[in-house]
Each structure stands twice: as structure tokens, then as C-alpha cells.
Write a protein that binds this ligand. Structure first.
Ligand SMILES: NC(=O)c1ccc[n+]([C@@H]2O[C@H](COP(=O)([O-])OP(=O)(O)OC[C@H]3O[C@@H](n4cnc5c(N)ncnc54)[C@H](OP(=O)(O)O)[C@@H]3O)[C@@H](O)[C@H]2O)c1
Length: 244
């Protein structure tokens, strides 16, 4: 078996996904840069290759089942297995002027399509390839905004952050799914964990965010490269557990 690890990162043409690909690539992992739209990952791949990273573009739109299937077929054909799946693609579509009860159902549906159902379908499609790995790792990009405990707790860091209800609840669902899947996989070589990257300067996080990209990719990279003694079914930011 080719000993070099192979990682697929969805939504990796920019932001935390691209930086995660870079940091994994620097650890000698072959990185498959997932991006939606034909040729969209190519510029990112070229950038990474110039830095000496073994990077390949994979077209994958996590809201399109046909695109997910064709990405899984491509990885099977070209690599025969997958060691790391980082479900990084995500959207934040809420109208931040609206209260939780006012966000449109369209926003709820589109948010869940990408952040939850897309993540589930991508995981289902790649699980057979991860089962062929000696140590499969799945990292689900959650957020501290998915913590129901913090949302219900006056004075918590996010108690007042109710302007993104659809996004917040989609990430709570990602957490819940992570726990379900971790239970299913507990006797296997695969570990699945949820990551809060921090509040990171990206198109989604905005310029006012407190963390740079480099730090923002650290939790994903750490969970992607866990040893056999690492956690399964955890919700983590920078090595520390978050309350569900
Ligand atoms: N930034 C933060 O502070 C922060 C905090 C907590 C959690 N997160 C999570 O971290 C992850 C990465 O966020 P980011 O800040 O790097 O955001 P970003 O810069 O907006 O990047 C999001 C990526 O997801 C891709 N994407 C969106 N919908 C997709 C779809 N249907 N199929 C495939 N790719 C899709 C985007 O592609 P396009 O360019 O084609 O739109 C983009 O590459 C997200 O899951 C986010 O919720 C971020």
C-alpha cells in the first residue's frame, strides 16, 4: 500500500479549507482539493504545488449527489482508498438582521442542504474508501455556534449570538451526527470528530475575526492526524473539548 496518506478536503479552494490542505501537504500528505464547479480548484492546486505540496483538484459540490458520487469514483480510480476526509465545505446564509423565528425556510433548507445533508452524503460516499485505510480520520467542521449548551447558558461566549439561527442549528446537527457516526465506527480504525476552528479571518468569518488562517486550520489538521490513542466522537477546539 502507498504509505503516503491521502486527504480530501471539501470546500478547499479558499479559506480554512485551503489552509488545511496546505498544512497537511507540508506534513507530506497527498491533498485532494475539493471545490465546486469545473476547474475551480485548479488555481489553489497550482499554488500548493509551487510550495512543493502533492495536491490534486477534485470537483465536488456537496449539495449535488451526482457530483459527490463522481468525486468518490475518481478517488477510487486514482488512489484506491482515502485516509482523511475533512468535511469543511459550509455556508452561512442567514439574514443577520432577522431573529431566529424570522429566518426564511428557504435559508434553513439551503443551510441544511450544504452544512448537514451534504456532509452526510459525502461521508456516506467516502466511507467505503476510508474503511480501506489503516487509520481513517473524518473531521466535521462544526463551530462553537453549534454548542447548544453555550446557547442556553446566559453569559457563555455565544449566548447573544442568535443572528445566525439556521447556521447555528445546522452545526448543532453536525455535532449530533458526529456522535452517532462515532458510535457506529467505534470498533473500526476510523475516528470521527467535530472541529471548531476558532473565529477565523475568511470570507465567512469576516475581517473582524480574531484568528489568522494559520491558526484556524490547526484544529482540523490535529484531528486529521490523530494517533490511535486519539479521541473518537469529540467536539474540539485547539485540543480542548467544547460543551455540546
Ligand atoms: N471562519 C470562521 O470563523 C469559522 C468559524 C467556525 C466554523 N467555520 C466553518 O469552517 C468551514 C470553512 O469556513 P471558511 O471560514 O473557510 O469559509 P469560506 O471562506 O466561506 O469557505 C467555505 C468553502 O466552502 C465551499 N462551499 C460552500 N458550499 C459548497 C458546496 N455546496 N459544495 C462544495 N463546497 C462548498 C465554498 O466554495 P465556494 O467558494 O464555491 O463558495 C468555500 O470554498 C465551514 O464549514 C464553516 O462553517 C468557520
Amino acid at each position: 500500500m502507498n504509505k503516503k496518506k491521502i486527504a480530501l478536503i471539501t470546500g478547499a479552494k479558499k479559506g480554512i479549507g485551503l489552509e488545511t490542505a496546505r498544512q497537511l501537504g507540508k506534513q507530506d500528505v497527498t491533498v485532494l482539493v475539493g471545490a465546486r464547479g469545473a476547474g475551480k480548484g485548479k488555481a489553489a492546486v497550482q499554488k500548493l504545488r509551487k510550495e512543493g505540496i502533492d495536491a490534486h483538484a477534485i470537483e465536488i459540490d456537496v449539495t449535488d449527489p451526482a457530483s459527490i458520487k463522481s468525486a468518490a469514483d475518481q478517488v477510487e480510480r486514482d488512489f484506491g482508498r482515502l485516509d482523511i476526509l475533512i468535511n469543511n465545505a459550509g455556508v452561512m446564509l442567514d439574514d443577520k438582521e432577522k431573529k431566529p423565528s424570522e429566518q426564511s425556510l428557504d435559508v434553513w433548507r439551503k443551510t441544511f442542504d450544504a452544512n448537514l445533508f451534504g456532509l452526510i452524503l459525502t461521508t456516506q460516499a467516502f466511507l467505503p474508501l476510508l474503511r480501506r485505510s489503516e487509520a481513517g480520520r473524518i473531521v466535521n467542521l462544526s463551530s462553537i455556534l453549534g454548542s447548544i449548551t453555550y446557547h442556553a447558558q446566559p453569559g457563555s461566549p455565544i449566548y447573544e449570538s442568535k443572528s445566525y439561527a439556521a447556521y447555528n442549528v445546522s452545526k448543532s446537527a453536525v455535532n449530533a451526527y458526529t456522535v452517532q457516526l462515532a458510535y457506529e465506527l467505534k470498533e473500526t480504525n476510523i475516528k470521527v470528530n467535530a472541529a471548531h476552528p476558532g473565529w477565523v479571518k475568511t470570507d465567512m468569518g469576516g475581517a473582524g475575526a480574531t484568528m489568522e488562517l494559520e491558526g484556524g486550520a490547526k484544529t482540523s489538521v490535529e484531528l486529521a492526524t490523530l494517533g490511535a490513542d486519539g479521541p473518537n466522537g469529540a467536539y474540539v477546539h485547539m485540543g480542548e473539548s467544547l460543551p455540546w
